[in-house]
Design a protein around this ligand. Structure first.
Ligand code: DC
Length: 219
């Protein structure tokens, strides 16, 4: 039993690419917790609620019956029986997810589901508070980071690939805004978890990051 492997870090640090690859190699599940916050952000926006309106979000929180499923190895976010996965990667949903994620009741609801999944099966689980708050007892914890500029460049390429018309400068500004919001919130902010191996991926290839993580994993 390898146990759960946690990977935290800011947007564009390379977490999801690496988490997916490690999970595939170890033949365990990849749990993307950002997708869960995105699911809540999407739901709130689709109901016409401002994600910053805490009372408005709290009023619909109980209606959000979320489930995580895997189809051909791909994670799907299901809300009230509907697969919302195709909509949660929209650019405006990134900030909505970050904004609703400040609300403690939103976090507690999603953390309960994350812990439930991680208690049933070994996962590579990525997010912002996994090694520090969700699974602090995990023996394999990683924190990935990169300079703001490198992360913005990666995110910009991804968005342009998807056909989004946005400038690099706008992406850089959004990334900085989101980082600030995620790392300064009062409840379970983005921090380097105690005991985590820190990897700065700014000048590393995916293969180099993978090798670094594999050599650090304790069984
Ligand atoms: O990883 P991501 O960019 O898809 O996450 C979207 C937002 O969700 C992120 O800006 C903050 C929030 N989030 C969080 O607060 N805690 C997590 N464990 C994962 C994501």
């Amino acid at each position: 039993m390898i146990g759960n492997i946690t990977i935290d870090g800011p947007s564009g640090s390379g977490k999801s690419t690496i988490a997916k690859a490690i999970a595939k190699e170890l033949n365990i599940i990849y749990l993307d917790t950002g997708a869960m916050y995105r699911g809540v952000g999407y739901y709130v926006v689709s109901k016409g609620i401002d994600p910053a309106d805490e009372e408005g979000v709290l009023a619909v929180l109980d209606q959000i019956d979320m489930d995580i499923k895997y189809v051909d190895g791909e994670q799907k976010v299901i809300i009230c029986g509907e697969d919302v996965t195709p909509y949660i990667r929209e650019h405006n949903i990134s900030m909505a997810a970050s904004t609703v994620s400040k609300i403690p009741a939103v976090r507690l609801k999603l953390v309960e589901l994350q812990r439930k999944i991680a208690s049933k099966t070994d996962c590579v689980i990525d997010g912002r508070d996994i090694g520090s708050y969700v699974l602090p007892q995990a023996k394999n914890k990683f924190y990935m980071t990169a300079t703001d500029e490198v992360r913005a460049k990666r995110r910009h390429l991804e968005l342009v690939d998807k056909g989004v018309n946005i400038s690099y400068e706008e992406v850089l500004e959004d990334i900085r805004k989101r980082d600030k919001q995620d790392s300064t919130r009062a409840f379970a902010p983005l921090v380097i978890p105690e005991g985590a191996t820190v990897i700065d991926t700014s000048d590393m290839t995916i293969e180099e990051v993978l090798a670094r993580i594999k050599e650090s994993i304790k069984c």
